[in-house]
Design a protein around this ligand. Structure first.
Ligand code: GRF
Length: 214
């Protein structure tokens, strides 16, 4: 697939960027291209990695903005200036304003380390262990105004073993995340995936339950 035909996407990160790297590594044969990486934190590993690969990067340090609205509007401006309409959140640790989520509604995905609707927010691995869950996993969802609450598109799950720890769960989840996210981003940019009236559609059929990765 020629570069010209690929859809440019912006990836928003706050840290390591292992999902960002998985998306970049999987570009060949897919219809998206990461053409901008934005971090809300300076000196992240993710930004360093993207720069090394000659991908345009921007640090928009949230701590320099008085309000969430000002920060979000700066991020919107940067994405628009790069002529990008698709936004992929990959470990972006900021709550977005309604203005931001409205702006990219149906064009923005997030990956979350739990089987939503279980455990929105932080410390998902810890919560799964504390609750003695029998399984754990990840969810990829459309981003709406509700934190980690948009329609779920795909999940991947695995059984929790007696010997599992927060670290081991994190490792297993991330390995699966790297396998799942590129395809879902590809579905979005090729219009296989749509959001209408807060309902996800896959191949024009409403997704009555999340697709299962296996
Ligand atoms: C991932 O586990 C993702 O589920 C969560 O944040 C983590 C980001 O990791 N939203 P990385 O920066 O992609 O390595």
């Amino acid at each position: 697939m020629s570069v010209e035909k690929k859809t440019p996407v912006a990836v928003l990160i706050s840290g390591t960027g292992s999902n960002l790297q998985a998306l970049i590594d999987a570009e060949a044969g897919r219809s998206y291209q990461v053409t901008l990486v934005i971090s809300n934190r300076p000196n992240t590993i993710g930004i360093a990695k993207a720069s090394q690969q000659n991908i345009p990067t921007l640090v928009i340090d949230h701590s320099l903005y008085k309000t969430r609205e000002e920060f979000d509007s700066e991020v919107i401006k940067a994405i628009e200036a790069a002529n990008i309409t698709t936004v992929i959140l990959a470990g972006f640790m900021r709550i977005l304003t309604m203005e931001f989520t409205r702006h990219f509604l149906g064009r923005m995905l997030n990956i979350h380390p739990s089987l939503l609707p279980k455990y929105p927010g932080l410390n998902t691995h810890q919560k799964a262990l504390e609750n003695q869950d029998s399984e754990h996993g990840l969810s990829i969802h459309f981003v709406t105004a509700e934190l980690d609450g948009g329609p779920v598109i795909q999940q991947a799950s695995f059984p929790i073993q007696a010997c599992d720890s927060v670290d081991s769960l994190k490792k297993t989840v991330q390995k699966l995340e790297h396998q799942c996210y590129p395809d879902v981003v590809d579905w979005l940019v090729t219009d296989k995936l749509k959001l209408k009236n807060n309902q996800a559609f896959f191949n024009q059929q409403p997704l009555l339950k999340p697709l299962q990765f296996c």
